[in-house]
Design a protein around this ligand. Structure first.
Ligand code: OAD
Length: 238
């Protein structure tokens, strides 16, 4: 693999990782900013397998509220621009999101949801996945096997994110890697910039302000995603 400077001006394959910051202007709170979700809730209680085992009703309440919130949210200009990039860019554009909302899809994009999806339920007994009702409850039976072990199809802390093998292949083939609206505090997603760099990709971070990982990127673009992402996409589409 050549060094980033040997790469063609127009990258062949773009891999984009998004985080909560891309949905912030759609009214969905981020996790670690002032007033963020993890400043109001103890993640050990609502986002771990142990927390669910201790108090499933509490965990369902937490995700029921987030699901209701997300159901009323609309994609913003950043989601729209990423969908346009995926549709119009002559090379491949792979979107990987840590977000559990469906705003990339609502804007017309396809995304790999590595942390799962709020609008899906799954069965801890048989692995079936189905569209989640707006409200889930601990006694809900699985429509496939009947077990009362249904849960939100969300990856909790201590669990393995979804589609990691596919993601690894995409990072290996990336010519340009972008991280948008993520604090870079949760692995394995936080390690993607180093992985993409190892495979020779150019890297860019678009964030409200530089993240803790900023020094690992070749380029920084600041500002709210609803402004920075459309401008960046315009640049890529020439
Ligand atoms: P964080 O809340 O950790 O980080 C959000 C980032 O978005 C911060 O760096 C903000 O500066 C930035 N930001 C905020 N508003 C923005 C805007 N309008 N435009 C651009 N950037 C903005 O969220 P994530 O990095 O997504 O996982 O968090 C990663 C994972 O931690 C989540 O997927 C979730 C959470 O715990 C699980 O629940 C498993």
């Amino acid at each position: 693999m050549g060094a980033p400077s040997e790469r063609p001006e127009r990258p062949g394959k773009i891999v984009i990782l998004t985080g909560a910051g891309v949905s912030a202007e759609s009214g969905l709170g981020t996790f670690r900013d002032k007033g963020g979700v993890w400043t109001k809730y103890d993640l050990n209680e609502v986002a771990t397998p142990d927390g669910f085992a201790r108090d499933p009703a509490k965990v369902h309440d937490f995700y029921n509220a987030r699901r209701a919130n997300a159901a009323g949210a609309r994609p913003n200009a950043a989601h729209g621009a990423l969908a346009r990039l995926q549709a119009e860019y002559p090379g491949e554009v792979v979107l990987i999101t840590q977000n559990v909302d469906a705003l990339h899809e609502a804007a017309g994009a396809r995304a790999i949801h590595m942390h799962g999806r709020l609008d899906e339920a799954c069965c801890a007994a048989c692995g079936a996945v189905w569209t989640a009702p707006l409200q889930m409850f601990p006694q809900d039976p699985c429509p496939e096997c009947g077990a009362q072990e249904t849960r939100p199809n969300i990856v909790w802390f201590g669990e393995i994110p979804q589609e990691l093998d596919t993601i690894a292949l995409h990072l290996e083939g990336a010519d340009l890697f972008a991280a948008i609206g993520t604090s870079g505090q949760v692995y394995p997603a936080a390690g993607f910039v180093e992985e993409a760099t190892r495979w020779g990709a150019r890297t860019v971070e678009l964030n409200l302000e530089p993240s803790d990982l900023a020094r690992l990127f070749d380029e920084q673009i600041g500002g709210p995603a609803s402004e920075s992402v459309p401008a960046w996409v315009d640049r890529l589409l020439g």
